[in-house]
Unconditional design. Structure first.
Lengths: 271, 271
């Protein structure tokens, strides 16, 4: 495929956060009603050139954390932990795929660990040909945060957010939609602090300034982890790809956003 | 990774036929008892450098056939058929992975459609780095026949047998074990013809002669389809990789074969 053909795809990248489709307070606790509702919204919006990336929530995270997968291979017993983490992610992905295909959406999963290797946690090689070919053929590719092999660490965790940024940049995405379980990016964790203020619009410059004050350590992220995920998208925003953060737990917000209708949320643009 | 390092892997490639782990007379009919038994045999044999490839049986085949996936993209309604075929194969694979991981086998699935594209049905590009890295890290990679994208046909079916031959050849396998639901390769279908005679040993030359008489058309394959699958392995046999065909439906046959013990079956060698 020639570069020109590829850039013509301009897909929309839709991220569905793990907290939307799973109950993070449990373990392997799926929110099947939300998966089914989202599958309907995605079917009804009927967007051409869409790529979906979903997170791990209560599937991937607890097991990855238990075995310390993200910091790499250090001891024998992590091997089964890596296998388990990958396996439960394919199970969660399977539930999403089932909901989509059952509704006649021609969705095809892309398994990160089968085609991506990282180096110190960053995507080093990604065999994208099948992803691009799926889009060109009119399929809906669905991928997800996964346990992957790492050239330096042995293995690690590849977040859905890094995947979103990478795919958006490589495929010259039209825009990125980040579906979360709150109404956007706030100056504090809206689940904890009732007076937290939502940013309605941010420029890249404003985002970078916030990074200086919010993003010093992940542990102290006052936004409840949201800011760290959004900071991952900076390379895509720098390329001119706008990011819309919307509440995917609220019915029809994803549908409306896919259709180009405005819903409350946070819009981040280069300028 | 350098070529020398790679050739040192010399993995055993174990194919588990779809008729062993599913009931081909049904649809989506899994033989869970056999999957669990095989997972135990594989765990107990504890072979280093093993790659498993499994077939589709009553998962992949009926849907692929219904939509004519193997002959490529011809009409719109095949798109959902391709998505379904791939999805049910990941479901069958998930059941196998579950049985292995539950028994503490560090098995990691490799999804063909995420890393392989074919051309006129033959593997054209296969991003093997993750598979090789998994082996080097001490994991058990498990892959399977799948619906894949094809550079000429749009999409097609990649058989587990082609995968076995390709992986064995590329990774310089020690030997190939083909687990089926009969005792080996016969001169007729042993399920139909009681007097069918089993080949105990075949050389490449003898196999090729048989191909002349058996393999003229798939529809007329007197061996009940077995010969066509074995003929797919000729490139690997030509490279000097022996093939053992054994009955994986009989308890301990796979265990014993993995351990290097002799069981009744068919052995095919270059000379």
């Amino acid at each position: 495929m020639r570069e020109q053909e590829l850039s013509e795809l301009n897909p929309i990248i839709l991220k569905i956060g793990g907290s939307v489709i799973t109950d993070k307070s449990g373990e392997l606790a799926v929110r099947m009603q939300d998966i089914n509702r989202l599958a309907e919204e995605i079917r009804d919006a009927n967007v051409k050139n869409l790529v979906i990336v979903h997170g791990g929530g209560s599937f991937g995270h607890p097991i990855a954390q238990k075995y310390g997968i993200s910091s790499g291979f250090k001891q024998e017993n992590q091997r089964i932990g890596f296998a388990e983490t990958h396996h439960v992610m394919t199970v969660l992905n399977g539930l999403f795929m089932d909901a989509l295909i059952w509704r006649e959406v021609p969705a095809v999963s892309i398994t990160p660990s089968s085609c991506i290797m990282t180096k110190h946690g960053r995507i080093q090689c990604f065999e994208e040909t099948p992803l691009r070919a799926l889009l060109k053929m009119g399929f809906l590719p669905v991928t997800f945060g996964d346990a992957v092999l790492d050239l330096e660490l042995g293995f690690t965790i590849l977040s859905g957010d890094q995947l979103v940024s990478h795919i958006a940049t490589r495929l010259n995405a039209k825009h990125i939609i980040i579906g979360v379980d709150v109404d956007g990016l706030y100056d504090a964790d809206p689940k904890v602090k009732k007076t937290a203020k939502r940013f309605k619009h941010l420029t890249l410059e404003e985002l970078k300034k916030l990074k200086g004050s919010f993003g010093k350590t992940t542990a102290c992220d006052v936004t409840g982890g949201m800011f760290g995920k959004i900071a991952e998208l900076i390379p895509a925003i720098e390329k001119g790809i706008p990011v819309k953060i919307v509440n995917a737990s609220k019915p029809n917000y994803i549908y409306k956003t896919l259709k180009g209708e405005r819903v409350e949320g946070t819009l981040i643009e280069k300028e």
